[in-house]
Design a protein around this ligand. Structure first.
Ligand code: ZN
Length: 302
């Protein structure tokens, strides 16, 4: 068996909070418990919210936690010319069309919405004639047509998820009207070109895996193994977020050591059976996906 290649791909838009730390820890453990290679990549497509300073703070936080990476690949903000090439592959396959819908049209009450609040695109612009397109006053987003077939994700933490993209999301945007590529395309290209064999990340991204599997197939990449780790919740059931300042690493570093954080997270997730301080390296000897439970993790104070 060849050693796995994993990745950690944070968005440098603020301080890491415990949810990010947990996803990074599991991505690291899954790879390092089997002698694999970890790639770090900054997902900074949203240049308004992200910054090089946040990226540097993030690297410092990961080092402090002992979650070291083997290689850092270029940030997404620098890779538009690469994404252009893959966009052209979709164009050459005849799978792209311009979409002129306004935000208001897309969120029309008649459009079916999924449980996560996203809508199923109705295909409004799929059959516009060239004349109709030319008459449009705005720049279009670009959508890729999806096939009527089932995609199955065999997830390391969540079991099996099956989606038909036609009914679960519809034709989806790969490049926005302002020319910025969307996450779905960038993540597939970056993981594919880095030779990533397993994608471990938060459960909120599970629903996007079938779209990514479709793009992987179109671009000629093999499907990675997916592992979507459970969300961390506050005791009252709220999702931890960047708003929980007391649980971001800037605050935590003032009063706890990295081993306390990793120990608490590993204990809460079922990886170790006592809440004791433990280093990343020690945890690598304990880790297996069978131990991790897939349900939400309620976190008390650290
Ligand atoms: Zn449209």
């Amino acid at each position: 068996m060849t050693a796995p290649v994993g990745r950690f791909a944070p968005t440098p838009s603020g301080r890491m909070h415990l949810g990010n730390v947990f996803a990074a820890m599991i991505a690291w453990l899954s790879v390092k418990s089997r002698g694999g290679h970890l790639v770090l990549r900054m997902e900074d497509l949203d240049t308004q919210r992200t910054s090089a300073e946040f990226a540097e703070t993030l690297r410092g936080d990961l080092r402090w936690l002992g979650l070291l990476w083997d290689e850092e690949t270029p940030p997404q903000s620098e890779r538009s010319p690469v994404y252009d090439r893959y966009f052209d592959i979709l164009r050459e396959k005849g799978l792209l069309y311009p979409c002129y819908c306004s935000r208001a049209q897309l969120h029309n009450v008649n459009a079916p919405h999924l449980s996560d609040g996203t809508y199923v695109y109705a295909g409004t612009c799929r059959n516009l004639t060239r004349e109709e397109q030319n008459a449009m006053k705005r720049l279009p987003a670009w959508r890729v047509s999806v096939p009527d077939k089932l995609w199955t994700v065999n997830d390391l933490a969540q079991g099996t998820l099956t989606q038909n993209l036609v009914t679960d999301c519809g034709d989806f945007v790969v490049r926005r009207a302002d020319g910025v590529y969307v996450y779905q395309l960038a993540v597939v290209v970056d993981d594919g070109e880095s030779g990533v064999t397993e994608v471990v990340r938060g459960l909120d991204l599970l629903g996007s895996a079938p779209r990514q599997m479709y793009l992987q197939e179109l671009f000629g990449f093999s499907h990675p193994q997916y592992g979507h780790v459970p969300m961390l919740l506050a005791p009252d059931g709220r999702r931890l977020s960047k708003r929980d300042k007391d649980l971001d690493l800037g605050e935590l570093k003032k009063r706890v050591c990295p081993e306390q954080i990793l120990g608490k997270l590993a204990f809460s997730a079922g990886i170790i059976d006592r809440n004791v301080p433990v280093s990343a390296r020690e945890l690598a000897g304990e880790f297996s996906w069978e131990k991790l439970h897939g349900d939400a993790i309620y976190l008390n104070e650290i």
